[in-house]
Design a protein around this ligand. Structure first.
Ligand SMILES: [Zn+2]
Length: 162
């Protein structure tokens, strides 16, 4: 008996320690299940479904005439349809946000990977600076990029003064 109580206490203590980790790990992800707007829409939908069930019950017990029931049902169905459309839109928005975040992290990861595989650009630029051609030259006539030892502009043929 005491062993069981000790075990349950240990279990409770473990849960207290472990559960916050799960919470923070899902925190910065746009989690569809905890979106307050979506939850509100789900609540609204459930209320409307409940109202539809109640209307049917009122019809069956004679509290509502068939005409009143039909009118009420049509009204509730219109509202439910608009809530369902709003749920679809909200889900699409959240999915897009989640996809954007995913693509963003994929791009960041790919960039980091490429930086590790090809660390040369910095070295190449440094070598260029050391060789003395760090400042690019441009054609005074057309503005095209020219090499330091070009005598004529490769784009427009203007003679380059040295
Ligand atoms: Zn030129």
């Amino acid at each position: 008996m005491w062993l069981l109580i000790a075990f349950l206490l240990l279990l409770a203590a473990t849960a207290v320690v472990v559960i916050p980790f799960f919470r923070t790990s899902t925190h910065h992800h746009p989690d569809v299940s905890v979106d307050p707007k979506l939850l509100a829409l789900y609540n609204r939908r459930d209320q409307l479904y409940q109202a539809i069930r109640e209307a049917k019950f009122d019809l069956d017990t004679g509290k509502l005439s068939p005409e009143d029931y039909e009118r009420q049902l049509a009204h509730l169905k219109r509202q439910a349809a608009s809530v369902l459309r709003a749920i679809d839109r909200r889900q699409a928005t959240l999915a897009t946000a989640e996809l954007d975040a995913e693509v963003e992290s994929m791009v960041t990861a790919a960039r980091r990977e490429r930086a590790m595989v090809h660390p040369q650009p910095v070295l190449v630029a440094a070598a260029g600076a050391a060789a003395g051609n760090a400042t690019p030259s441009y054609c005074p006539q057309c503005g095209a990029r020219v090499q330091a030892d070009d005598r004529f502009c490769p784009a427009c043929g203007t003679r380059l003064k040295k």
